[in-house]
Write a protein that binds this ligand. Structure first.
Ligand SMILES: Cc1ncc(COP(=O)(O)O)c(C=O)c1O
Length: 393
């Protein structure tokens, strides 16, 4: 008897996990590994959040909460979205999820299905593609333009949209390239979506993490876009809360129920004490967020400075999130071979660009969410590896 199904067989386990597991195995066998593969800050969660959550546990918030999340937390999120993005949201349109990952799953599985095409600009976070496969919808990958910057390819977009295309997924600031799409691009994309009657799923999990003046423009803030945008956010990256698993989803009113059903049957509700703890403390953590951002910026500048010292290395300008996407095409080896050798021969863990889809081939991703000390060691190992490769060109 068949014990699997065609959809899950087509889904791919993340190559990021494969690298992490190999690195762990090597560590277990006594090898020192420098970790620049992991997409999470090394900071501790701000103390007020931890304390408020412990208090919530003591106060007995250990039962089921409302499926779609606690009003207190929704109110705090709505306030932040209004303050930082200028968008009014209503609590009936918001669902608190187990991280942004669940929000992505709920949106794609709840809203797309067989016969529907979903455009995913690549390279991209692998969840979008795999959630489409799980939903039975068709992911349509279009390459992003990658040179010194990472930009949307509107000609390609125009080419692939047909009457069965319902959605485009964007991620801004962007994993893996570290790009922040310009206000012009986002505005052009909004016009395109309205013109071609597309919905936009926007993953804004890195919304707070941008380092220059180029603040990411939330597409839902543009006229006519709120009703055609599903907005995803969360606490994992900005507040160093990856282990807490709390995120959210804001859905236009007529689509809430479809998304709610997936959330209800998969998760029921997010842990009540975490929601109470976050709701009661997050507003007092602005200075922590600012501190994290400043630290990440220092790490970004350091890593970029190191790359600048290596002749012939080019990378995409890292403006947001905490990733550096480095072009390795001149070495004539695949990104998988590059990262495997980097790990096996030098003990530096990095992610091959192809883990983010075919359009990521020819690049590798380094994360600068690790400590400065780790980044320093990583940069040295990277330089040594490149020097060895250069000799063979
Ligand atoms: C673009 C993007 N979206 C979502 C997530 C998942 O976030 P969470 O930990 O809140 O599920 C990640 C994590 O790496 C990410 O890079």
């Amino acid at each position: 008897m068949r014990k699997s199904n065609a959809r899950t067989e087509k889904m791919k386990l993340s190559y990021i996990r494969t690298i992490m597991e190999r690195a762990r195995e090597m560590e277990y066998n006594g090898k020192k590994i420098v970790h620049l593969e992991i997409g999470e800050p090394d900071f501790d969660t701000p103390l007020p959040i931890v304390e408020a959550t412990i208090q919530a546990l003591r106060n007995g918030y250990t039962h089921y909460g409302p499926d779609e999340g606690l009003d207190e937390l929704k109110a705090v999120i709505a306030k932040k979205i209004l303050r930082t993005k200028g968008i009014e949201t209503e609590k009936k349109n918001m669902i608190i999820t187990a991280g942004a990952s669940e929000a992505i799953f709920d949106a794609i599985v709840g809203l797309t299905g067989p016969g529907q095409r979903v455009i995913i600009p690549e390279p991209s976070f692998g969840n979008y593609y795999n959630c489409c496969i799980c939903a039975g919808s068709t992911p349509v990958n279009i390459p992003l333009k990658l040179d010194r910057h990472c930009r949307m390819d509107f000609e390609k977009l125009e080419e692939v949209v047909d009457e069965n295309t319902g959605f485009i997924v964007i991620n801004n600031p962007h994993n893996p390239t570290g790009a922040v799409f310009s206000a012009d691009e986002i505005t052009k994309l909004a016009d395109f979506a309205m013109d071609r009657d597309l919905m936009v799923i926007t993953d804004e999990i890195y919304e707070d993490l941008y380092y220059g003046d180029k603040k990411p423009l939330p597409i839902a803030s543009l006229k006519g876009m709120k009703e055609r945008t599903v907005m995803i956010g969360g606490f994992s990256k900005s507040y160093a809360m990856t282990g807490w698993r709390v995120g959210y989803l804001i859905v236009p009113p007529d689509l809430v129920e479809s998304v709610q059903k997936i959330h209800q049957y998969a998760v029921t509700c997010v842990s009540t004490f975490s929601q109470v703890g976050i709701a009661g403390s997050i507003e007092s953590c602005d200075h922590d967020l600012q501190y994290f951002k400043n630290e990440l910026n220092k790490r970004r500048q350091y890593l970029v400075g190191q790359m600048e010292k290596i002749a012939n290395i080019s990378y995409i300008e890292p403006e947001g999130a905490f990733y550096l996407f480095i072009n390795i095409k001149r070495f004539g080896i695949s990104s998988i071979e590059f990262t495997e050798r980097l790990l096996e021969e030098h003990g530096l863990a990095a992610i091959p660009g192809s883990a983010f889809g075919a359009a990521g081939e020819g690049f590798i991703r380094l994360s600068y969410a690790a400590s400065l000390d780790e980044i320093r060691k990583g940069a040295d190992l990277f330089r040594t590896f490149i020097a060895g490769l250069e000799k063979r060109i």
